[in-house]
Design a protein around this ligand. Structure first.
Ligand SMILES: CCCCC/C=C/C(=O)SCCNC(=O)CCNC(=O)[C@H](O)C(C)(C)COP(=O)(O)OP(=O)(O)OC[C@H]1O[C@@H](n2cnc3c(N)ncnc32)[C@H](O)[C@@H]1OP(=O)(O)O
Length: 285
């Protein structure tokens, strides 16, 4: 059967704390502030320049989410970026290029942890997407309850993995299918589409598009609507809807790690990721 959720979280939390001690960074990569609305925290992603998912950043993010989840004064979180260039550039390519299988294993496990922490959160999660959001970066919006995107042509959003010569894992694909449907996902995933705001709204990958300076205030007013519902009823409903999707990862996470490590270790895959990273460095503004 599936591992008992409480036991599992306790074990993973200990791992995160050990890892956090290992990094011992002075930089604060995640900033949590109370909002003007009671019970609502604003969590700001601050891994400059583009909030790419380094192992250290993921660890800090999970620890902060866990603290909020366990703090009964909070009922909702608005997740946004404190980096002017991006909401998130997704997986930090330096974590999955030129490292060893043990590193890839650890990295993937932590990324899965983040997904589970977000997808099964009892809190209301609203993504206030105030910058570009690519591939793994969409993990946060796609596991949120509501997504608001800034109306700016630079704010592209989507799972563009195929453009890097890789494939999004099933647990990125499943929430996308749940949100935008099967046909639109087939199209978006195979072509690695990054949607500009109007198209993102039309396909349904975001729920609202507003001017950039209104993203935060809109997130707060949407949050107020969600918090008008009694927590227990909303949580039971959220769990009922999401559990089948979450169970697939809980059940298959070891196989998923093995598949990832063998795929990412291939020379051809390493080459295409290195080329993509080099191209990113050339195409600077
Ligand atoms: C089975 C395998 C499954 C694996 C699943 C993987 C999922 C992923 O998430 S793969 C990553 C996909 N991400 C992207 O395609 C986004 C790449 N980044 C961008 O498109 C842009 O950086 C931007 C739109 C987010 C911001 O553009 P701009 O303002 O022009 O800033 P720069 O491009 O100059 O970026 C600044 C700096 O950051 C480095 N960088 C950007 N993204 C990443 C990244 N994902 N990993 C590592 N480093 C990244 C970029 O190279 C620049 O570095 P410097 O040249 O050293 O300043």
């Amino acid at each position: 059967g599936l591992p008992d959720a409480a036991f599992w979280w306790k074990e993973r939390a200990t791992c995160c704390k050990v890892r956090a001690r290992r990094f011992g960074s002075q930089r604060q990569l995640v900033v949590v502030e109370p909002s003007s609305t009671a019970g609502v925290a604003v969590l700001k992603l601050k891994n400059l320049p583009v909030n790419s998912f380094s192992l250290e950043f993921l660890t800090e993010l999970i620890i902060n989410l866990e603290k909020l989840e366990n703090d009964k004064t909070f009922r909702g979180i608005i997740i946004t970026s404190d980096c002017p260039k991006a909401f998130s550039a997704g997986v930090d390519l330096r974590e999955i290029c030129g490292k060893n299988p043990a590193h890839y294993t650890e990295y993937w496990k932590v990324l899965q942890d983040l997904w589970l922490r977000l997808y099964l959160s009892n809190l209301v999660l609203i993504s206030a997407i105030n910058g570009p959001c690519a591939a793994g970066g969409c993990l946060i919006p796609l596991t949120s309850d509501y997504r608001i995107l800034a109306d700016n042509p630079k704010c592209l959003i989507g799972l563009n993995e195929t453009r890097l010569g890789i494939s999004a894992p099933f647990w990125f694909k499943d929430p996308l299918v749940n949100i935008i449907g099967h046909r639109a996902s087939e199209h978006a995933l195979q072509l690695g589409l990054l949607f500009p705001p109007a198209e993102a709204l039309q396909v349904g990958i975001v729920d609202k598009v507003v001017p950039k300076d209104q993203v935060q205030s809109t997130a707060l007013s949407v949050m107020t609507q969600w918090l008008a519902i009694p927590d227990h009823a909303r949580q039971l409903t959220k769990n009922m809807i999401r559990k089948p999707t979450a169970d697939l990862l809980v059940k298959h996470r070891d196989t998923d790690i093995q598949n990832f490590v063998s795929f990412i270790s291939r020379d051809s895959i390493q080459k295409s990721l290195q080329m993509y990273l080099a191209k990113l460095k050339q195409n600077k503004d």
